[in-house]
Design a protein around this ligand. Structure first.
Ligand SMILES: Cc1cc2nc3c(=O)[nH]c(=O)nc-3n(C[C@H](O)[C@H](O)[C@H](O)COP(=O)(O)OP(=O)(O)OC[C@H]3O[C@@H](n4cnc5c(N)ncnc54)[C@H](O)[C@@H]3O)c2cc1C
Length: 436
């Protein structure tokens, strides 16, 4: 076992977990290589589901994958820990000490040696140093943060319901800073949550008492997507009584409000930061590997880092060039999924002495889901390169298929079919909103 080439993947997210699964199934099972996944958490939840967990329309428990159990089934090893350093000469990565919830050290700092290293540690929201953002904003970068948001939201609803009962002022102001796909979809999820609450006994709080605003610095929402999509999304948000504020850069976040660049103040009891992304800061100090301004590891077309052919990066933490554009591959789940596929082929090729596979991003389009209301999007024609606008049930079907593709990569077709069936039964049996 010890003589086998050791491939270590750090980060079991949208891209990393798909990669270790296929490597384990192909190389680990046949003992052609030893595959290890390192992740800072014990379980995986597909990140694009986090805003549904936050609003309570999805119970994360039923969509959580335990790394240890998954590793056993798919012939890879799992190590719990947070990478924070690298020694490229010794071919060792450094894992920070692991502490329990009371701050007691469980495992000291340690090293793991590798032959090939893949870094897939994702990204976090980028507050661009905005004063007050870290102290007063909620973020949706992890399952823990999504669950915290959910609890705070339920408590805020309960508090306002009680204040309404007492005849006091009871408007709840929720603001989302950043109107990319995450901010827009979250607004729709929160609107659904505010509509469902009276059904579950909070009869004194009306949906109109929950004021939801989406704030965007650019002159339109979804600035990275085609204009037609952003116009349709604006119409849909306004139909759901979500306030859309564009051309409004935020200069400060306070405990109960947001200060705009022009000095106006918007009251806000719950503020969510959903604008921009940056890769984890430790990547900028990784034994001389090249990073860009957002801490992303700069990689070649074949996904290995510019300084080291045995260290690869994929997903949100990688700045991968695109042949026909001066912008890198966008930080999206479909990009991480495609990169995992390309890197799988490269790593298999390397064991057979064959060439690395160059990665070319194939943009299949973008879909924006307005909770259970509607979905809008554009699909890219593979041959023509032109996009086709879609909405409603067809768009929703394509939107759902993104997650199903991830599940197929992790569990195979048959198990994904069973999971789909169980999801349907679970939705029929449980309340539409998670109430705890
Ligand atoms: C709310 C939300 C909604 C989104 N919706 C969509 C969507 O609809 N469509 C779309 O295409 N994209 C969407 N995205 C973006 C998408 O989730 C990301 O592009 C994608 O998850 C990136 O995959 P990844 O593998 O690079 O990283 P991630 O999926 O973020 O996984 C990173 C993993 O690395 C682990 N990790 C982090 N640091 C360390 C460390 N130091 N050591 C060890 N492990 C570490 C984490 O625990 C995590 O498991 C959404 C994002 C959010 C936040």
């Amino acid at each position: 076992m010890d003589n086998l080439p050791h491939i270590v993947v750090v980060g079991g997210g949208a891209g990393g977990l798909e990669l270790v699964t296929s490597l384990g199934n192909k190389l680990g099972k046949k003992r052609k290589a030893r595959i290890t996944l390192v992740d800072a958490g014990l379980t995986h939840v597909w990140k694009p589901l986090l805003h549904e967990v936050a609003s309570g329309s999805l119970d994360a428990n039923t969509n959580e994958i335990n790394y240890r159990a998954h590793a056993r089934k798919h012939h890879y090893e799992f190590q719990l820990g947070r990478m924070n350093g690298l020694d490229r000469k010794a071919k060792e990565l450094v894992i920070a000490p692991f502490h329990d919830e009371e701050g007691q050290e469980v495992v000291p700092a340690r090293t793991i040696s590798y032959d090939t290293l893949v870094i897939a540690v994702g990204s976090t929201a980028n507050d661009f140093g905005t004063p007050g953002a870290q102290e007063h904003c909620l973020f949706l970068d992890s399952l823990k943060q999504a669950r915290r948001f959910h609890n705070l939201m339920l408590n805020a609803f309960l508090r306002k319901n009680h204040e309404a009962l007492q005849g006091h002022e009871h408007t709840l102001n929720i603001s989302i800073i950043g109107a990319g796909a995450t901010g827009v979809e979250l607004a729709a999820e929160l609107r659904l949550a505010s509509r469902e609450l009276p059904v579950y006994g909070m009869n004194h709080l009306q949906p109109s008492d929950v004021s939801i605003s989406v704030i965007e610095a650019a002159d339109r929402i979804l600035p990275a997507l085609p204009g037609r999509l952003s116009a349709a999304a604006t119409r849909e948000l306004e139909r759901q009584h979500v306030k859309v504020l564009t051309g409004q850069p935020v200069s400060e976040v306070r405990e109960h409000g947001i200060i705009m660049k022009d000095g106006t103040e918007l009251p806000s009891e719950m503020t969510i930061w959903a604008a921009g992304i940056k890769a984890p800061a430790f990547l900028a100090e990784l034994d001389g590997l090249e990073v860009n301004r957002g801490n992303q590891l700069v990689v070649e077309q074949t996904l290995h880092t510019t300084q080291d052919v045995d260290v690869f990066a994929l997903g949100d933490c990688a700045a991968c060039p695109q042949p026909d554009s001066d912008r890198p591959v966008p930080p999206r789940a479909q990009a991480a999924h495609q990169q995992a596929g390309a890197l799988f082929r490269t790593l298999c090729n390397r064991l057979e002495g064959k060439e690395d596979v160059p990665f070319v991003y194939n943009d299949h389009g973008s879909l924006i889901n307005f909770s259970r209301y509607t979905t809008v999007g554009n699909l890219m024609g593979n041959l023509s390169g032109h996009s086709m606008y879609i909405e409603g049930k067809v768009a929703r079907l394509f939107y759902l298929s993104l997650y199903r593709m991830h599940q197929v990569a992790l569990h195979g077709m048959v198990r994904t079919g069973i999971i789909w069936l169980m999801d349907r039964i679970s939705r029929a049996m449980h309340p539409r909103l998670k109430l705890h």
